[in-house]
Ligand binder design. Structure first.
Ligand SMILES: [Zn+2]
Length: 185
């Protein structure tokens, strides 16, 4: 039997407690004051979460002990945002760092029967031949593609457009962050 910690590590997650032991003593340094004399301020949780590009809720739930573990990648983002990534290599995080399974991928593939797949595939082909269009109006006869594993139909044109929009959003965001870099104090 795997211990609770070993199980977490095998799933690419790390226990919250040792991470909090590293980050919480540093929180005082991360309170944002807009400028001297002004009463406007941001909590360290907000400031760190913004820098780490994670939701404030994710960090809050660790700090208030709602969540007892966190994905390694999130923990790494938090430590990097706080310039503490070297702390992975010393206690109490070093042991975790060397054991965590970084190749873990959640198994999100829903298994369906061959029959189900073929039935869905037939329906997709009929829709394609009937001249059906996707929600954005691209004809499936031209842009439709059938998933080999599920038989479901997708619109390639919409997939392409979505991927492009995602890239552009990311680019705009990282540009905005670069210009706002190190304005934490
Ligand atoms: Zn489409």
């Amino acid at each position: 039997m795997l211990s609770k910690q070993e199980k977490l590590l095998s799933m690419g997650r790390i226990p919250a407690e040792p991470l909090l032991r590293v980050i919480e003593p540093e929180f005082d340094d991360w309170t944002f004051h807009s400028n001297a004399g002004d009463h406007y301020s941001k909590s360290p949780i907000t400031v760190i979460a913004e820098r780490a590009k994670i939701t404030g809720d994710t960090l809050q739930k660790l700090v208030d002990r709602t969540n007892q573990s966190v994905d390694f990648n999130i923990a790494d983002k938090i430590l990097c945002a706080m310039h503490l990534n070297q702390r992975w290599y010393v206690p109490p995080l070093d042991e975790i760092y060397w054991k965590v399974n970084l190749n873990y991928r959640p198994n999100t593939v829903v298994l369906i029967s061959e029959e189900q797949m073929l039935a869905t595939r037939r329906r997709s082909l009929i829709r394609m031949e009937a001249g059906e269009k996707c929600r954005k109006g691209h004809p499936f006869s031209e842009y439709g593609t059938i998933n080999r594993n599920t038989g479901k139909m997708r619109c390639r044109q919409c997939d392409t457009n979505q991927a492009r929009a995602y890239r552009e959003r990311n680019r705009a965001r990282s540009g905005a962050e670069a210009s706002a870099k190190d304005d934490r104090r």
